[in-house]
Design a binder for this molecule. Sequence first.
Ligand SMILES: Nc1nc2c(ncn2[C@@H]2O[C@H](COP(=O)(O)OP(=O)(O)OP(=O)(O)O)[C@@H](O)[C@H]2O)c(=O)[nH]1
Ligand SMILES: [Mg+2]
Length: 197
Amino acid sequence: MGYGHSDLVRPHIVEPVTLKILVAGGFGVGKTTLVGAVSEIRPLRTEELLTEAGRPVDDIAGVESKTTTTVAMDFGRITLREDLVLYLFGTPGQDRFWFLWDELANGALGAVVLADTRRLEDCFAAIDYFERRDIAFTVAVNCFQDADRYPEDSVRDALDLDPGIPVVLCDARERESVKHVLISVVEHAMLATAPRA
Ligand SMILES: Nc1nc2c(ncn2[C@@H]2O[C@H](COP(=O)(O)OP(=O)(O)OP(=O)(O)O)[C@@H](O)[C@H]2O)c(=O)[nH]1
Ligand SMILES: [Mg+2]
């Protein structure tokens, strides 16, 4: 006789589903901040100093206090539920790093497009990219203190988004706020990729 010892120690081990989510948006909109706010592992960052040499190409209007920029990617992980783990890949915000996007987008289930209402046009390129590749995305407005607040629907109109695309307001520095954004992305992406009945 005797019992299966391992059954006692490990009653129900659930193998989590892991999903890859991209975090995109314009330069300095808060992508690195967002990944850092929710990641349960120390996020991998690839920050380089913004330098005098980069000044002609790096447009820091609106983010003058910024001293570093992402040159390859941010990487973090969050367990949303015991059976659902997200791997977050933050993209570099500057145009000169576009060549990295295809690599990062490979296998992504969905994406967050972070937007700043003072520079909405900066996220057009990311939206265009995901629309072309049929990657489901949620637009998250990072509410900086000195930016005017607009309701979700005004942002949707301004960005000319399809009615089904979620728009949420967030604070990229706040863990709970970012979790809410990620839940929106996962729900939207699941619906978008589910086979139609
Ligand atoms: N007030 C405020 N500041 C923020 C917020 N999110 C980010 N910041 C600040 O804005 C700056 C830019 O943030 P990052 O997270 O580096 O932006 P990024 O999108 O990763 O930038 P790139 O990788 O260079 O494109 C940093 O100085 C942050 O501290 C926010 O929600 N509110
Ligand atoms: Mg960054």
